[in-house]
Design a protein around this ligand. Structure first.
Ligand SMILES: *[C@@H]1O[C@H](CO)[C@@H](O)[C@H](O)[C@H]1NC(C)=O
Ligand SMILES: *[C@@H]1O[C@H](CO)[C@@H](O)[C@H](O)[C@H]1NC(C)=O
Length: 479
């Protein structure tokens, strides 16, 4: 072979390989192509062109949202943009997606205008291990035979309009490590069979219409790291088997139910629990002193219950990060020292906790780390002016219905991030400074303010009940 024919040979081989790879890329398994195009045909509107790359005869593995392994479609991920109004796909999910026989993962999110029942084609996909159909317009009951999807490891159906009970066959989904049925319209009780899902590390049933007691299901579910059952109608006491979750539980949110009884002392054995939210229930009795022994408890919310004090000092190394004890039967007198001394606290909510200290006696170690403060409905006197000038990251300061007495004209050096200021029903006096006119929410009603208001977008009710305020939106000042 002379050098010239060698070059030709290389060139030909190159062309051949190019052709081979491009035909390879251009191919699409006929079943996959047919399934995907039938899906596209079921879409009646695609205003932002999510499926515009899906064209017959082109390489379906390169279509947007389509993922392949060895030239078969293994993943389908279609996501709407919640920030662009009117951008969503409209239509239904074609049963022809059953042709994607190698599909492992089906991800459908933020598609409010996709409607119809729970898709039946999922049962016909032998390799499926992950289903996320979240924030779509799907509705109707969850199918009674949902347990037939027994190969699933992850099932997310949150944010739809599924109704009816959680099917008892859910107990057959024994490979699940993640189950999210949150934010639907599910009714009935938690089926006891969920106790068989002992690989679960995350369980979310929040934001439904579930009721009854929380069954005693947790004994074998020791891998659970996160439980979210908030915003339902659960009643009764906490089931004792929650104690079994001690080794791995990081977060438990049971807020906004009708749970009652006392807070169990066994919680102190939860050495890695980071978040405990029992707010807006009917828990009563004393907060167990053992709560003090939870070294990783950073987020504690017990607001809106019938709990009595004293509350033990929750003292982990960096201190509590967010604390809400509002609206119980506490009578703290002062802001608890363990909150004041926390080096990581960004949210402190102690409304109606019987605090009657002088604000100037409160000496938080890090004023600049607070984002949210709610001290409404206490008997706090004195002035927050100095604190408000130091709290450079504060978004919200709520202190209505106290006995604060200071010149509001001194509130000129505020956090540049401040959005909400509620000082209604206090003893605040002086003239309203222009610095307050730019906030998002303001309530200065029922104080002793006087003088002409600065130009403001707020309505009169933000200023009513003062001594002699005048100017828009209140009646004009007398000349
Ligand atoms: C849903 O479709 C309707 C018209 O059928 C449209 O007006 C609406 O904006 C769509 N919603 C979204 C979020 O895309
Ligand atoms: C302002 O505060 C008063 C007294 O606390 C309350 O009754 C009223 O609803 C509040 N108004 C607004 C607009 O927040």
């Amino acid at each position: 072979m002379n050098s010239r024919s060698f070059c030709l040979y290389i060139f030909t081989a190159f062309i051949f390989l190019r052709c081979l790879s491009s035909t390879e890329a251009a191919t699409c398994h006929p079943d996959d192509e047919a399934g995907l195009l039938a899906f596209k045909a079921g879409i009646t509107r695609d205003p932002s062109g999510i499926l515009s790359t899906w064209k017959k005869g082109t390489a379906c593995c390169s279509w947007s949202g389509v993922g392949c392994l060895t030239n078969r479609v293994t993943g389908l991920q279609i996501t709407g943009d919640p920030d662009v109004a009117g951008s969503y796909l409209s239509g239904t999910i074609s049963p022809s997606l059953a042709k994607l026989q190698h599909l492992e993962g089906f991800y459908f999110t933020n598609l409010r205008n996709i409607t119809g029942p729970f898709p039946q084609f999922l049962y016909l996909l032998p390799k499926l291990n992950t289903v996320y159909i979240t924030d779509t317009g799907l509705s109707g009951p969850l199918p009674a035979n949902i347990g037939a999807l027994s190969q699933l490891g992850q099932l997310g159906l949150n944010g739809n309009r599924f109704t009816g009970p959680i099917p008892s066959s859910i107990s057959d989904l024994t490979r699940l490590f993640q189950l999210n049925l949150g934010n639907n319209l599910l009714t009935g009780t938690i089926p006891f069979g969920i106790s068989k899902l002992n690989l679960l590390f995350s369980l979310n049933l929040g934001g439904n219409r579930l009721s009854g007691t929380i069954p005693d299901i947790f004994k074998s579910m020791t891998k659970l790291q996160s439980i979210l059952l908030s915003r339902n109608g659960f009643s009764g006491n906490l089931p004792p088997s929650i104690a079994s979750l001690r080794p791995n539980l990081l977060s438990i949110d049971l807020s906004q139910n009708k749970l009652s009884g006392t807070i169990p002392t066994f919680l102190s054995n939860f050495k890695i629990l980071d978040k405990l939210d029992l707010s807006r229930n009917r828990f009563s009795g004393v907060v167990p002193t053992s709560l003090a022994n939870m070294p990783k408890l950073f987020h504690l919310n017990l607001a809106y219950n019938f709990l009595t004090g004293p509350v033990p000092a929750v003292k982990n190394v960096e201190g509590i990060a967010s604390l809400d004890l509002s609206y119980n039967k506490f009578n703290f007198k002062t802001i608890p020292e363990w909150a004041t001394s926390s080096r990581s606290i960004y949210s402190l909510k102690l409304a109606k906790c019987g605090i009657n200290m002088n604000f100037e006696e409160w000496k938080p170690v890090n004023p600049h780390i607070y984002f949210y403060i709610d001290l409404s409905e206490n008997e706090i006197s004195g002035s927050p002016v100095k604190f408000l000038s130091l709290a450079r990251n504060l978004f919200e300061f709520q202190a209505s219905r106290n006995k604060l007495r200071f010149d509001i004209g001194k509130l000129t050096n505020l956090s540049p991030r401040l959005e909400t200021l509620d000082l209604s029903k206090n003893l605040v006096f002086g003239k309203v400074p222009t610095t307050l006119a730019t906030l998002k929410k303001l309530n200065l009603s029922h104080n002793h303010l006087c003088g002409k208001l600065p130009a403001t977008k707020f309505q009169a009710r933000a200023f009513v009940g003062n001594d002699c305020l005048c100017g828009s939106p209140l009646p004009p000042c007398k000349a």
